[in-house]
Design a protein around this ligand. Sequence first.
Ligand SMILES: [Zn+2]
Length: 408
Amino acid sequence: MKLRSFIKIWSAIAVAAILAIQISCARADAAGEDNRTARAKNIILFIGDGMHLQNEIALSRYLHGTDFDLSWHKFPYYCYVTTWDIDTYNRYAQSIGKPKYAPQSFDANIGYDPSRGGLAPYPIDKNGERSYFLNALTKWGGGSDTRAVPATDSAAAASAIATGMKTDAGNVSWKSGDPPGGALKTIAELVREHNRWSFGVVTNVQFSHATPSPFVAHNVSRGNPGQIAREMINVTKPDVIIGGGHPNWNTGYISSNELNTLRNSTEYLLVERTTGRNGAETLLETALQARKWSYAPYSKYHVGAALITTSGRIYDGVNIENAAYPVTICAERVAIFKAVSEGDREFVALAVVSDNGAYPCGSCRQVLAEFGLDTRVIIANRKGENIHETTVRELLPQAFRPENLKTT
Ligand SMILES: [Zn+2]
């Protein structure tokens, strides 16, 4: 399967953020100190669709040999929230002779009954009844073949998270009953409208699929992913979208026409992964191409560099020597200074090509560290061989950074 990502040109924000937004964060830390001045740069809403606590435990055991050692298990706060979609609510209501769901008069314990399902997921709370989750229930209104094991539909669950509203199974941020004009405003739209924040969706499924789409689209059915893709690209316009769904693989998730619209867009930068190639190699090729402009008449040691930033732009650089030797500058810093002088300061990766695949000098490591320790650094020789990948953090441990200037 091919993956694709596209990034709206005018807004460079952190990749891998579902909501990349500025917010004031107030919380008491472990020592009881009120830390009201702390500001979060990004908010990431992470959804493991269909992922039960048992899955988390299995993953934690696989990675760490213990049950609760995933990164989010170390968060200072967590809680459990659960919901049934309206179709499932109505199945339960019917089974106990109660009225069907109504927004103003529903019964929270039919929405989810903790005395039957438990206050926390299994195996933290082992009191839940198996029958509450596993016994098939008849659809509201009956019918011969309409019994189903209760389960909240992914689109309805994501819609509940994205809009605060319970809706029907299959609805993508659309009101129950599918009325015309039933679009429900999502949290992403609200933060843009009220705070001018940026947002995006990043997913390892098709980007117009049931779980990512309710945050950035509206539809009466998750069964219309082509319409959902069209709305995302032309109407909602998230700042970042990363996900699968190439039309060569399955035409349902995005049409070839829509893909071509994106390819020609001046608003979005489309990044497509090509089978058998990776981005690091492409960046290395740019560095290799740039290397021919290296000005190194004294050392004859030619270096090319290519830096990609979160805006998607690539800046190349070469080493430039001088008869007055000390004013010579390295390829890496030329690429970095070109990016910074264009207003691009969020680096993703830097590729460096030299005769023998040497690593950046100390001065370049220091300049890289100024703009972030997570920048990936890819090193290769002039044939593009002996590729090594590392990070600025590994190249310059205990780096001196802007925060070290704050002495209080
Ligand atoms: Zn250098």
